[in-house]
Design a protein around this ligand. Sequence first.
Ligand SMILES: Nc1ncnc2c1ncn2[C@@H]1O[C@H](COP(=O)(O)OP(=O)(O)OP(=O)(O)O)[C@@H](O)[C@H]1O
Length: 334
Amino acid sequence: MERDVDRVGQPSGDVEPENGTDADHVVICNPVSGTEDHLERVRTLARERGFSVRITSSEGDGVRFAREAGANGVDLVVASGGDGTINKVVNGLAEAEALERTTLAVVPTGTGNNFASNLGVDTIEEAFEAIDTGRRRRIDLGTANGRAFVNSCVGGLTAEASGATTPDEKRRLGVLAYVSRALETVSSFDSLPIRATLEGGADDGDASTRKTWTGEAMLVLVGNCRRFGGTRRAQANVEDGLFEVTIVEDAPTADLVGEAALAGLFERGERHIVRHRVPSLALESLRSEPIEYSLDGEMLDTETLELETAANALEVVVGDRYRPDPDAAGGRSG
Ligand SMILES: Nc1ncnc2c1ncn2[C@@H]1O[C@H](COP(=O)(O)OP(=O)(O)OP(=O)(O)O)[C@@H](O)[C@H]1O
């Protein structure tokens, strides 16, 4: 069998299960996420449990390995990396139509680790303990033009701003870190002329309603998980079959510079904020040119984006601190 070799000369990619390893439990590890020093620890903890380990050598491997695991009927796929790696693994499982039968576990070895934190798992050791304990929940999965996302879909951020964001900002602020950084680094935020069509909202309890919002947006945040943003007011319940949609209307950037101002925007700045909880929506660019969206940090350019939630579509391993509902005790207040 062909074997890839990763940067440090370790066998990577197509690693076959060793004797005695359990091919029903596969770890997919991104060796270059986060601080890039986790591979040996993850490998040791995985092999102590007899799990197979596959190491990604390129961007496409996460999807490919997960698709193969799903097609082979693997019970548990463990994604070790940040939100981007998890996004790829979930998309691979979806492509193999394996979401019904395969459980996802997450080992936080990325930079922001926002999704892992949503699952109540903050360290590598905690992640393996949670796998041993076996507590599992079924959570909602978002799709955007057929691509799955677990945490958030954000329109209006540039890849440039996202690259300039520091690891510490990502950890503290979630996706708002990108907004904060973008406000500091650009003199004017390109507003997005968009139409948002929101279907069957929970806002008024009527599943048949359709609302449209047309205007200049600075930012559109569609959250699936409670901590997709950095503030208490931008949180979603991950088990209710609904997105938390927040449209930040075009506002003078001077009003928003600085973390406190940004948090203030979400806490009390209703003047600039449109908020809805809906199971599906469409976002259309009114400028006949694509808008750049980030799905869990992975970029997508499109003029029209159709978003849907698949309620309870993904079974995940969760830690003791897992809470699906932002209003439940134990939520982050900042
Ligand atoms: N061997 C590799 N070389 C280069 N890129 C890789 C490799 N393996 C995976 N990738 C890609 O690295 C990207 C970033 O990974 P990921 O998002 O998991 O880490 P991160 O950016 O450090 O963390 P976070 O998203 O939590 O901030 C993903 O798009 C993934 O597909």
